[in-house]
Design a protein around this ligand. Structure first.
Ligand code: ZN
Ligand code: ZN
Ligand code: ZN
Length: 291
């Protein structure tokens, strides 16, 4: 049965018949590209995949030789890349219909973010599952500066730093906009004070897409690699950092799930963190804890 998917701005639309595999990937490239704790993919036969619109807005970034990461050049959603051969892997956060499948495993669990704990009982593999090939090594060491926390996009063109460990929180948002924007189960965002954030390079690479009907929902991303990037909300004095883009351990940890009333049908929340149907009680974004 065909299922539909689309990007955040709605320009890119497609249809496919899901294959028989769905899984979560914790590799650092997925975390950077999606800006979340992990990315989730559905495998499909490229022969069943059809663009329904927007194919000319697809940007491609070669993240490792022969492997491309595609994204909507307008809104920064991570969209499917049609490979020259073999199965294709679709970012599940884009799906508008229930694929019928459920995630079977975690891959690249050895590369998971220090601020995220895997809490379900699914099988875990350090890299690819046996027989699925060798991992492509990818590490971007922080350009260490004592006491700061750094982050960067997938291509490395955009980089930033926070003035020392962050008091957080890291919030997982399951709203449909975050799921589309990050093309993942949820967004994982680190909140900090705008005054503690600074760009190191690449501001000229940033594209900002505000959802027209939303009060302030904006996705910022790198125009070269499509990776989600921080957004500085000067009016509120807050920086919103896609936690997957961090190169260093920020000190802060995941603390809550919000908009669980809108979560993807294929995703189960299994940790013990507080959950809120929509916004948490009190002001949002979460106010500074340093005041
Ligand atoms: Zn789009
Ligand atoms: Zn990955
Ligand atoms: Zn980039």
């Amino acid at each position: 049965m065909a299922v539909r998917g689309s990007c955040l701005c709605g320009d890119i639309r497609f249809e496919l018949t899901p294959g028989d595999w769905m899984g979560h990937c914790h590799c650092s490239m997925c975390r950077k590209s999606h800006g979340s704790a992990f990315a989730t993919f559905v495998a499909t036969d490229p022969g069943t995949f059809r663009w329904q619109g927007g194919a000319r807005n697809v940007g491609r970034y070669e993240s490792s030789p022969g492997t491309f990461r595609s994204f909507c050049e307008r809104c920064g959603s991570k969209v499917p890349d049609v490979p020259a051969s073999g199965p294709m892997y679709l970012p599940a956060g884009l799906l508008d219909d229930d694929p019928g499948l459920r995630p079977a495993m975690h891959i690249f669990a050895a590369s998971k973010a220090p601020w995220h704990e895997i809490s379900d009982a699914l099988r875990r593999f350090d890299g690819y599952p046996p027989g699925a090939g060798d991992a492509v090594p990818f590490t971007r060491r922080s350009e260490a500066a004592v006491g700061t926390v750094r982050g960067s996009c997938l291509c490395g063109g955009v980089a930033y730093e926070l003035a020392g460990p962050s008091s957080g929180p890291i919030v997982n948002c399951h709203c449909s906009r975050c799921r589309k924007a990050r093309s993942a189960a949820h967004a994982s965002n680190l909140f900090d004070e705008a005054s503690r954030f600074r760009w190191l390079r690449g501001e000229e690479l940033l594209v900002s897409h505000k959802v027209p009907e939303a009060e302030r929902f904006t996705q910022v991303f790198c125009r070269r690699c499509g990776a989600s990037a921080p957004r500085v909300d000067a009016a509120r004095g807050r920086a919103v950092v896609p936690a997957g883009s961090l190169d260093d351990d920020p000190g802060a940890r995941e603390e809550l799930h919000i908009f669980v009333g809108s979560k993807a049908p294929w995703h189960a929340i299994t940790d013990g963190l507080p959950r809120h149907e929509a916004y948490p009680p009190g002001p949002y974004p979460p106010p500074s804890r340093r005041a």
